[in-house]
Design a protein around this ligand. Structure first.
Ligand code: ZN
Ligand code: ZN
Ligand code: ZN
Length: 392
C-alpha cells in the first residue's frame, strides 16, 4: 500500500485518447474538445495552470490528438504530454481562430454515415457535432461558437458518460490505495476527543490525517454533529460537539491522482435505542446495496436494493439522495447509482454505496464505502468496521 505507483506512460495516454476518439465517432461526434480539468488529466497527464487563456485538447477520429495552447505554456505542455501536436497561440492573437482552423477540417465529416447526424446549415450539408468537456469555461465555448457557428456542441458527459467509468488494473490499484489511506485516517480519528470540541477542530484533525496517509489533496472533511447530521451537505461548523451526539464523518480527496471517499457515523458516548436502530437500518441498507453489485446489474438496482431496506423500515422519506456516484481522478463522476440509470455495471467500475437517513432537527446517519465491480460481484475498497463506533 505504500510507495509511489508506476507512472502512466505516453502509451497509456495515447491508448486512452484513441479510445475516446473512437467512442466519439461511434456516438456520432466529429470530435471531442477537452478543457483543462479531470478529463484532460486522465487523457494526457497534463495539468495546466487554471487561467483564462484558452487551452483545448482536440480529439478527432482518425487524426492525431492536438492541443491548442498558449505559447507561454507550450514548453510545459510539450514536456508533460510529448505525444500531442501543439498549436500554440500568442497573446494578442485570437485563440478561437487557432482552434477553428483546427476544427474547420471537421467540415469534411469523418464518417458521413455515422448515426446521430442531422442535416444542418454547414457547408457540407450536415451539422458537425463536437462533445465538450463539462468544465470548459462558457467564455471559451462561446468564443468557439462565434467562429464556428455552423457546428453543434454537446455535453461530453451526456454523449460519452462512461468514458472514464471503467478503471484498468493500474487505476484500481490507485483507488484501492486511496481507500486504504482514508481508512487509516478513520482508524485514527476514532481515537481523538470529540466532546467539547468544535466540528471544525475535528475536521482539521481529519484533514491532517488524510495528508499523513498520503493524500495530496483533501476535497472534503464533513463533521456533522447532532442536528447538523440531518443535513447531508453540512461540512463542518462552529458547533461544539456534545456527549450524546451522533456525528457523521465523510471525508476524502486524492492520493497519487485518484480519489477516496468514505463515511462512518460515530456516537459520542453510549447511543440510545433509536440511534442504534437507525444506524442498524443504514448499515443493512449499505450491505444490501453492496450485495446488488455485480456485472450486468443496472446502476439503479444498487439504489433500489439499498432504498428498499430503508423504505421497509419506515424511513424512506428521510433518505433524500441517490445511493452512489463514481470515483476516479475526481471524487464525484459517472456512473451514478440512482433511479432511472439503467446502464449496466461493468467490471472495473468504481463508485460509492452510501445510503443515509436524515431526521431533521435531530441527527443523521450515513455509511459509505467505495466499491468496485469484479467479475462475479463487488469488492469494497473501504474495509473499516461499519458498526457504530463509540468515541469520547
Ligand atoms: Zn445520542
Ligand atoms: Zn462521501
Ligand atoms: Zn460519496
Amino acid at each position: 500500500m505504500t510507495g509511489t505507483p508506476v507512472p502512466f506512460t505516453v502509451d497509456d495516454y495515447t491508448a486512452r485518447m484513441r479510445r475516446a476518439a473512437r467512442a466519439a465517432g461511434e456516438a456520432g461526434l466529429d470530435g471531442v474538445l477537452i478543457a483543462p480539468g479531470p478529463d484532460l488529466v486522465w487523457l494526457t497527464g497534463y495539468r495546466p495552470p487554471e487561467t483564462e487563456r484558452l487551452t483545448l485538447l482536440v480529439l478527432r477520429p482518425g487524426e492525431d490528438p492536438a492541443l491548442v495552447v498558449p505559447a507561454l505554456e507550450a514548453p510545459d505542455a510539450a514536456k508533460a504530454a510529448p505525444m500531442l501536436t501543439l498549436r500554440d497561440w500568442t497573446d494578442g492573437k485570437d485563440p478561437y481562430e487557432t482552434a477553428a482552423d483546427l476544427l474547420g477540417r471537421a467540415d469534411s465529416p469523418v464518417r458521413a454515415d455515422s448515426p446521430g447526424h442531422t442535416a444542418g446549415p454547414g457547408r457540407t450539408g450536415r451539422t458537425v457535432r463536437f462533445g465538450v468537456s463539462d468544465n470548459a469555461w462558457a467564455m471559451h465555448l462561446l468564443g468557439l461558437q462565434s467562429r464556428l457557428p455552423e457546428a453543434a456542441y454537446v455535453s461530453l458527459t451526456e454523449a460519452l458518460p462512461m468514458l472514464r467509468a471503467v478503471k484498468d488494473a493500474a487505476e484500481l490499484e490507485r483507488l484501492a490505495a486511496a481507500g486504504a489511506a482514508a481508512d487509516a485516517a478513520y482508524e485514527e480519528i476514532r481515537k481523538v476527543r470529540f466532546a467539547g470540541r468544535r466540528e471544525t477542530e475535528v475536521a482539521a484533525d481529519l484533514d491532517g490525517l488524510l495528508r499523513q496517509s498520503g493524500h495530496s489533496q483533501v476535497d472534503f472533511t464533513i463533521v456533522a454533529s447532532g442536528p447538523n447530521g440531518a443535513n447531508p451537505h453540512h461540512e463542518a461548523g462552529d458547533r461544539v460537539i456534545e456527549r450524546g451526539d451522533m456525528v457523521v464523518l465523510d471525508f476524502g480527496g486524492l492520493k497519487h491522482g485518484y480519489g477516496s471517499d468514505t463515511s462512518r457515523t460515530v456516537h459520542v458516548g453510549e447511543p440510545d435505542a433509536e440511534e442504534r436502530r437507525v444506524h442498524d437500518i443504514v448499515r443493512a441498507a449499505q450491505e444490501e446495496g453492496f450485495r446488488a453489485v455485480r456485472p450486468g446489474a443496472a446502476c439503479q438496482d444498487v439504489d433500489r436494493a439499498a432504498r428498499a431496506v430503508i423504505d421497509e423500515a419506515g424511513y424512506g422519506e428521510y433518505f433524500i439522495h441517490r445511493t452512489g456516484h463514481g470515483i476516479g481522478v475526481t471524487t464525484h463522476e459517472p456512473p451514478y447509482m440512482v433511479e432511472g440509470e439503467e446502464r449496466p455495471l461493468v467490471p472495473g467500475m468504481c463508485f460509492s454505496v452510501e445510503p443515509g437517513i436524515y431526521l431533521p432537527g435531530r441527527f443523521g446517519v450515513r455509511i459509505e464505502d467505495i466499491v468496485t465491480v469484479t467479475e462475479d460481484g463487488g469488492r469494497r475498497l473501504n474495509t473499516t468496521a461499519r458498526e457504530m463506533a463509540i468515541v469520547d
